[in-house]
Design a protein around this ligand. Sequence first.
Ligand code: C2E
Ligand code: CA
Ligand code: CA
Length: 493
Amino acid sequence: GEWTGELVQRHRNGDTIEVEGRWTLVRGEDGSPQSILAINTDISQRKANEREIQRLAFYDALTGLPNRMLLMDRMHQALATAQRRQQGGALLFIDLDNFKQLNDTLGHDQGDLLLQQVAQRLNTCVRAVDTVARLGGDEFVVMLEELSPKPHELAMYARSVGEKILTMLAVPYALAGYQYRSTPSIGIAPFTGEFTGELASVGELLKQADLAMYQAKTAGRNTLRFFDPDMQAVVTARAALEADLRSALAQDEFLLHFQPQMRHTGQCVGVEALVRWAHPQRGMVSPAQFIPLAEETGLILPLGRWVLHNACQQLASWQKDPALAHLTMAVNVSSRQFRHASFVDDVARVLAITGAPSGQLKLELTESVLVEDMETTIATMEALRSYGVGFSLDDFGTGYSSLSYLKRMPLDQLKIDQSFVRDLLTDPNDAAIVDTIIGLSRSLGLEVIAEGVESTEQRELLARAGCQLYQGYLFSRPLSVDLLDAFLRTPAA
Ligand code: C2E
Ligand code: CA
Ligand code: CA
């Protein structure tokens, strides 16, 4: 019997050494095992050389990044993993604009320096699970993994990384004693587990990203393009909307509509302010389309301030008319806006500037605000409440707030989400939920209002269940200032 193999042994001085062992069993004359003849050869140096060869084979010598071979290997694995776990990913093909010019004018040494700095910057743009590789020349590839397989989310995430790379690589480089500017063109090829498991697919994916990169070059460089035209369309439309949204505030394209809130006796008790965007080309854009984008981009902060200011101006103007002076004004507040450090001061300032009666201002929050950071939320609400401002919990029943949260919040009102009201007559579950919410509000000592009330049947069912405040098309759609004025001056039937 003979055994050969490689072992890691500990040297007397504590170092580990790699050895190749060749062990032979020595038998006595009767054939029974007597001893083992072991010949161990130190192969540490040979192993180090092998590792070096490995490094040279799989890593780029100039930047230390994985090379094309290792990238292809990881792409195989990534596609298999994406398939197994139902995940998405994306390949970003990055090519520096005008790199040849730099090489020709400043020399290859400076070109090498630039490539090294680009490699370092790319590494700061990705997470640990992602791969940054250099294909050769001025071509780099970033592979993103473990993403959502939903096309829209996948596209948005890949775009955000692509834009980060555009920003990072555009920062001037210190080369040959001066500030050198360089930009990249980026092609993006997203993939999901559905990307066929054929052997050809890895090469195919790389080709897609490469093609998209050429489209970015054609489009004028320093930009990114998606291989998938549908994804490109999503991203382009969204980028256009974002740019429009930025200028809309300056151009004064927003306005407020107001939807009356009614008591069961037929009087109007107040209104909810709903923002509208009168876009010069698109027409009226629904807040459902631009509020999420405004939240993502941070534009919700100036927009929210604008809404608050204009709603409070309206509220203040009613004070001059005894017939309208009792009306309340409900204003929607996004989580990001509510969480902003200056929110309490902003509200206080707007109240002071407009002279609106703070006791008639009601801020509508959603359950997400309550859940995110309860202590801070309570502190912010208490601070606002000390000015007299009230709170309504919007879309109630769709979120996750527990009873213990509700008890601690200084709330005034629960607003039954319109999805429950919609199916009140047909879905016994919804009827039961509405009953529960009304019972809950009573036991917590809160007011309750139902939104999305469209029919008299719904109103009657709600009234029987004990809900006495309503908002919905049955009474009025959201109205412009002028139409609201007419509505308020029409005596209740
Ligand atoms: P929301 O706060 O739940 O507002 C109620 C939405 O339901 C409004 O849509 C309103 O027009 C609509 N609605 C009212 N009555 C009925 C009805 O009887 N039937 C039906 N089917 N719908 C009814 P809108 O104006 O498109 O607003 C959509 C969402 O946009 C709002 O939902 C709110 O979350 C957000 N939003 C609107 N204005 C602002 C704002 O100034 N700031 C913030 N942060 N969000 C706003
Ligand atoms: Ca609302
Ligand atoms: Ca609502």
